[in-house]
Design a protein around this ligand. Structure first.
Ligand code: SR1
Ligand code: MG
Length: 401
């Protein structure tokens, strides 16, 4: 059954019905606006006369990006709630304050981070966000370690894996990331000049790698992963803000037990897209060098956090030698998934504004650079041994104009 949908007029009464929010916002003076600019949900920001705010995120019963012709269960909010529960348990400083799930209304209530910026927007504007990439790495490490057999009893984890299945949203990823970009599919679109680059992705060598990564996504239930950790799922604080986290992760509805490298790959692939934009726009060399350093910042923070959490491991079988092998395996996954996450944003449904907002000649150059680099990541993921081998600050070197 479809949960009754809120609108800007009904949000104040809803908030007033929530006794637990009484000290957080004054619904009687709340002004509400709908700000959902993602692909799936309604997102309301309510601000009271004292300036206190809250966000209400409610699942729509369809894919917002496409419309009612693509129905989608509102149950995804349950996955989002599981994601926030895990984040609150293991990385509370790295997500917005979470005010809980209303399972009946299929919504979650969150801290209003209106003063913050979605990271993709800041990157598109050419703005640096010191420490944000490390914060994302720490978030992935803490949730991965905290939800997996690395820190928990294996039987308990099996129950969590079962409880956290998210087949409908995983299917979206399976289709949009691992399948459709490599077929003729009505969801795909690209500039005509890119046709040779896109068709070149369909060679058996690459398709075998795509199949391996898809299989891994579908079978490697390592930890509760975010499932959609691109730069549009991260907030960065206002420039110069002090005493706050360098980034906060949000939009966790794709959460399920999957490969840890999928989250790291998602963010790496989106750094690549940001680099392509910065390159074709001839952004200052310092900004491009900073972008090129983000993959290392995220990975180093992830690996360092895992190493510092390791003494809390649940099983003495997890030796230090195993830890380093585990990190190497997650790294190879991240490189491969990162390539596929970048490719899907160029070829398939739900593109990235970094590239889409460029004028056509620049868009083609940026897309070509992304596809060439991403392809290398996928095919050579076991040979790329460190983040500085992923991409140079000038992505266009060696890419045909
Ligand atoms: C049909 S949903 C399209 C995309 O939006 C989300 O942000 C995910 O990335 C999904 O693939
Ligand atoms: Mg999202």
């Amino acid at each position: 059954m479809t949960a009754e949908l809120l609108d800007v007029a009904t949000v104040p009464a809803y908030l007033a019905s929530r006794a637990d929010l009484a000290g957080v916002i004054d619904p009687a003076t709340a002004a509400v606006r709908e700000v959902g600019d993602g692909n799936l949900n309604l997102v309301f920001v309510a601000t009271d006369a004292a300036g206190r705010g809250l966000v209400v995120k409610q699942s729509l019963p369809y894919v917002r990006l496409v419309g009612e012709s693509w129905p989608l269960s509102q149950d995804r909010v349950l996955a989002e709630a599981r994601g926030y529960d895990a984040a609150v348990a293991h990385a509370p400083d790295l997500v917005p304050a979470y005010h809980g799930l209303d399972a009946e209304r299929r919504l979650v209530v969150l801290e209003d981070l209106s003063g913050w910026t979605v990271w993709r927007t800041a990157l598109n504007e050419g703005r640096t966000s010191p420490g944000a990439a490390a914060a994302v790495g720490r978030y992935v490490a803490r949730v991965a370690f905290g939800t997996s057999v690395l820190s928990r009893d294996a039987g308990e984890v099996k129950a969590s894996v079962a409880a956290a299945v998210n087949p409908e949203l995983c299917r979206i990823t399976e289709d949009l990331v691992f399948t459709e970009p490599y077929l003729d599919h009505p969801h795909n679109a690209w500039d005509d000049e890119l046709t040779p680059d896109v068709l070149a992705l369909r060679d058996p060598a690459l398709l075998a790698e795509v199949a391996e990564l898809k299989y891994r996504f579908e079978t490697a239930a390592q930890a509760l992963v975010h499932g959609d950790l691109h730069t549009g799922s991260v907030f960065v604080p206002p420039p110069g803000a002090t005493g706050v986290a360098a980034a906060k992760v949000f939009d966790i509805e794709f959460a399920f037990y999957g490969p840890v490298g999928f989250d790291l790959g998602a963010i790496l692939g989106n750094y690549l897209i940001a680099q392509a934009r910065a390159t074709v726009l001839h952004r200052p060399a310092e900004f491009r060098a900073w972008l090129a350093s983000l993959a290392a910042e995220t990975w180093d923070a992830f690996a360092s956090e895992i190493r510092s959490l390791w003494p809390r491991r649940a099983d003495p079988s997890w030796t230090d030698e195993f830890r380093e092998r585990w990190l190497a395996s997650v790294w190879a996954d991240a490189v491969g998934f990162g390539g596929l996450k970048a490719i899907r944003r160029i070829v398939g449904l739900a593109k990235a504004s970094d590239v889409q907002t460029l004028d056509p000649p620049a868009r083609v150059r940026a897309a070509r650079a992304v596809l060439a680099t991403a392809r290398r990541w996928v095919v050579e993921r076991h040979a790329v041994s460190a983040p500085d081998e992923l991409a140079a600050p000038d992505l266009l070197v060696g890419v045909p104009g």
